[in-house]
Design a binder for this molecule. Structure first.
Ligand code: G3P
Ligand code: MG
Length: 238
C-alpha cells in the first residue's frame, strides 16, 4: 500500500491541543512529523492576509463575537483574544516561521488573496509552497500570477470540479486536486492523473482506503495520532 503524506489540517489541533490555525498548532505539526501544514487565509479590511478559517469570529471567541474578518483592520484582528488565549497570526508570520521548515498548503478563502499572497511570496524561495482554493477563478489567477508555485483546486460534492475533475483541472491549470475524501474512488483517482490530497481524514480506515485508491496525501487534524492509528489498524478518533 502506498505511503500517505499526512498534512496537518489547520495545523495539529484538537480538544487537548492548540487552537487551529495558530503558530502553536503549526509548531505541533512540525513536532509530530507531519509531512506539511494546511492553513486558511482571509484578507483583513486593510488587505492583509491573516490565518483564520471562518468568515466571522463567532466560533473562536469566548463571547461569540459576530464580526466579520473582512470588516476589521489587521491590527484590530491581531489584538483579539481567541479561545484559550491564542492570537490570530498573519500569513507573513507563518511564512517567516515555517517556510523552508515544512511544506505549506495555503488555502485562500478569499479569491482576492492571490495577489496579496503573491506579493508576500515575492523575493522568497517558494519551494514547498502550495496555494489552494475552492474557487476556480482563484486557482486560475494563481496559475497566471505564480506559475512556478503548485496550486490545488479543492472540491466538495456538487461542485463543477467534482462532476468533471479533468475539465476543472484544465480550466484552472491546477497542479493538484483536493477533493473531500467521500468523493474518492479508484476510478476518480485514475481519471485525475495528477496528485490528489484529500480532506479531512481523522479515521485510519478511511486513510487506508485513500491509500488503496492511490491518493498522495490526506489532511488530518492530528497527524501523529493518525499515523500511529494507521499502523495499528485502530478505529476513528474519539
Ligand atoms: O484544504 C482543504 C480543506 O481545508 C477544506 O476545508 O473548510 O477545513 O478549509 P476547510
Ligand atoms: Mg482549509
Amino acid at each position: 500500500m502506498k505511503t500517505l503524506a499526512l498534512w496537518a489540517h489547520r495545523g495539529s489541533h484538537g480538544p487537548a491541543g492548540p487552537l487551529e490555525n495558530t503558530v502553536a498548532a503549526f509548531e505541533r505539526a512540525v513536532d509530530e512529523g507531519a509531512y506539511g501544514i494546511e492553513l486558511d487565509v482571509h484578507l483583513s479590511a486593510d488587505g492583509v492576509p491573516v490565518v483564520f478559517h471562518d468568515e466571522t469570529l463567532t466560533r473562536l471567541t469566548v463571547d461569540a463575537d459576530p464580526r466579520r474578518i473582512e470588516d476589521l483592520p489587521c491590527a484590530e484582528l491581531l489584538a483579539i483574544e481567541l479561545v484559550g488565549g491564542a492570537r490570530m497570526p498573519t500569513l507573513a508570520d507563518v511564512l517567516d516561521g515555517f517556510m523552508g521548515r515544512i511544506p505549506l498548503n495555503i488555502e485562500l478563502k478569499d479569491p482576492a488573496g492571490v495577489e496579496a499572497t503573491a506579493r508576500l511570496l515575492s523575493g522568497r524561495s517558494t519551494a514547498g509552497v502550495m496555494l489552494s482554493s475552492f474557487t476556480e477563478s482563484a486557482v486560475a489567477a494563481a496559475t497566471r500570477r505564480l506559475p512556478a508555485v503548485d496550486r490545488a483546486l479543492i472540491v466538495e460534492g456538487g461542485d463543477p470540479g467534482a462532476l468533471d475533475p479533468r475539465g476543472a483541472i484544465a480550466r484552472t491549470g491546477a497542479t493538484h486536486y483536493h477533493p473531500e475524501h467521500a468523493l474518492v474512488n479508484r476510478r476518480l483517482a485514475a481519471a485525475v492523473q495528477g496528485p490528489i490530497n484529500v480532506w479531512t481524514v481523522n479515521d485510519p480506515a478511511i486513510a487506508r482506503r485513500m491509500a488503496r485508491c492511490g491518493v498522495a496525501g490526506v489532511m488530518t487534524d492530528r497527524p501523529r495520532w493518525l499515523s500511529r492509528a494507521i499502523e495499528k489498524g485502530a478505529g476513528p478518533i474519539h
